[in-house]
Design a binder for this molecule. Structure first.
Ligand SMILES: CNc1ncnc2c1ncn2[C@@H]1O[C@H](COP(=O)(O)OP(=O)(O)OP(=O)(O)O)[C@@H](O)[C@H]1O
Length: 172
């Protein structure tokens, strides 16, 4: 029997159109560059979890989050499916800070360090970057360095946005 672990992953873009990436300093995915995110806790919605993890890991408070895609990861001989909800924000408050978990850095699109990221990232990132409907991806890993199966497709869903009014009004 499989179980699902629900996670978030948030990509932040600035006015120069750079992407904020974090070098994971500990735990799952240590040593890899990634967006910001983690597990959804009981009692919070998925966008709330994404906003919380973003602040915990890099200090920024998102004014809104747009859901751009969904990724399912399976690891051979592991019954847990990692269900990753992918978000983007372009409006936020606060200053980027290094945290215990992440060392953040802005990257120009052409400089995104794909060879120091999860193997699936170079596959779905271009879908995120080109915009359009939400994407859905499925990846079956063997260990952490081999992808045995993959699927990536566009859904009919337009991106959906959750606005955090309280964050916006705090800034005003
Ligand atoms: C396998 N291919 C993958 N490709 C790209 N991104 C991946 C990923 N697999 C997991 N991710 C992301 O990596 C973070 C892990 O977070 P993770 O440290 O497990 O969560 P959280 O911070 O809640 O845990 P702790 O509180 O430290 O236990 C989280 O953003 C999640 O979306």
């Amino acid at each position: 029997m499989t179980t699902r672990k629900v996670l978030t992953l948030t990509l932040v873009r600035n006015i120069a159109d750079e992407v904020l990436m974090g070098l994971k300093k500990r735990g799952f995915g240590e040593g890899k560059w990634n967006g910001f995110g983690g597990k959804v806790e009981p009692g919070e919605t998925i966008p709330q979890a994404a906003a919380r993890e973003l602040t915990e890991e890099c200090g920024l408070r998102a004014h809104y989050l747009t859901k751009v895609g969904l990724l399912d990861f399976e690891f051979l001989n592991d019954p847990v499916i990692h269900e990753v909800h992918v978000f983007e924000t372009r409006e936020y408050s606060g200053t980027v800070v290094e945290t215990e978990e992440m060392s953040p850095k802005w990257y120009k699109i052409e400089d995104i360090p794909f060879n120091e990221m999860w193997l699936d990232d170079p596959i779905w990132f271009p879908w995120y970057l080109k915009g359009g409907p939400q994407f859905y991806g499925y990846f079956l890993y063997k260990g952490f360095d081999t992808i045995l199966k993959q699927e990536l497709k566009s859904t009919d869903l337009p991106p959906t946005t959750t606005i955090f009014e309280s964050v916006k009004s705090q800034q005003a």
